[in-house]
Design a protein. Structure first.
Length: 304
């Protein structure tokens, strides 16, 4: 059973790497707003967690199916509609249960599946320790107002918690103007970014053997911060963009796993994005949304 799970996890990881690389290329288009393109990271993460996909002749995987992949149809309810799993490894003759082409492949996947599980559990254990350590940082925080707290245990403003998130600021921020910082952190809360961060790390733990997974995770966390910056800029207007960039420069950078920190991503990249930010027209917004939906369709469907 473990061996079969790992076989499909391995296949899903390859497919996720291919689709994720296309997301990396798309995010290089500077005119695309980060508050929209950040959702494209759902594609590789979805590919890493859900083995099934809808068949489509317009799928990106159709380009690879003639060379390196095989579509394994799992469910065909009516007509031309079908759900399938993409088999990139093609090391088996049949799939439910899996029978390998040669015995050595069965031994390889058997050993690999045990190693995969041990490392995965070790990473999850480490993440659990980090999570509770992060929660410990919130203890002793003094309430300033609403859900905003001050603490001498942190060096950068951040949102802590998932169910009842709190904005916690360094104690030195007590007499500072925190309006723009709070707007940024409230954007994290509205989007549920701490939950998405946790899910992203758990997915990365399951695909620890895939180096692209960790690259995607890093870029996703950067785009989350860029997206929140843009949401703040939409609210405050272009006139205060420099003021917002200055507040970011004055903030110390802090590496956090389960907390959305104000200074938690590349400062230079964020400042460049802030200073070059332009509000979208309704026409450009419609075009961008249509483009992103098309990308979702092409990258999430299987060959068929």
């Amino acid at each position: 059973m473990l061996q079969e799970v790992f076989y499909w996890i391995f296949n899903m990881s390859i497919t996720a790497a291919v689709t994720g690389l296309f997301v990396v290329l798309i995010r290089l288009i500077k005119k695309l707003p980060k508050r929209l393109t950040v959702f494209l990271w759902l594609i590789p993460f979805f590919r890493m967690t859900v083995p099934l996909g809808l068949n489509s002749p317009y799928s990106l995987m159709s380009l690879f199916s003639k060379i390196t992949t095989k579509t394994v149809t799992v469910y065909r309810p009516v007509g031309g509609i079908a759900f399938s799993m993409t088999n990139c490894v093609m090391a088996a003759n049949s799939y439910f249960p899996i029978t390998y082409k040669v015995n050595i492949l069965e031994r390889v996947f058997g050993t690999a599946s045990v190693i995969w599980m041990i490392v995965c559990l070790a990473i999850l254990l480490m993440l659990t320790v980090v999570y509770f350590t992060t929660l410990h940082e919130t203890k002793g925080a003094v309430r300033l107002r609403d859900n905003i707290y001050l603490s001498d245990k942190i060096i950068s403003p951040a949102v802590y918690g998932i169910i009842k998130p709190k904005i916690i600021l360094p104690l030195s921020y007590k007499d500072k103007d925190i309006e723009l910082i709070v707007l940024h952190e409230k954007a994290h809360i509205r989007r549920g970014d701490n939950l998405w961060r946790m899910l992203a790390y758990i997915i990365a733990a399951a695909h620890w053997f895939n180096p692209f997974c960790w690259i995607f995770l890093k870029l996703f966390l950067v785009d989350v911060e860029l997206s929140c910056d843009e949401r703040v800029l939409v609210k405050i207007g272009d006139d205060r963009a420099k003021e917002y960039a200055l507040s970011l420069l004055e903030c110390k950078q802090s590496a956090t796993v389960f907390a959305s920190a104000f200074g938690g991503a590349k400062i230079r990249t964020r400042i460049e994005n802030i200073l070059s930010f332009k509000k979208m027209t309704w026409f450009s917004l419609t075009v961008f949304i249509a483009l992103i939906l098309t990308v979702f369709y092409v990258l999430l469907t299987n060959a068929g």
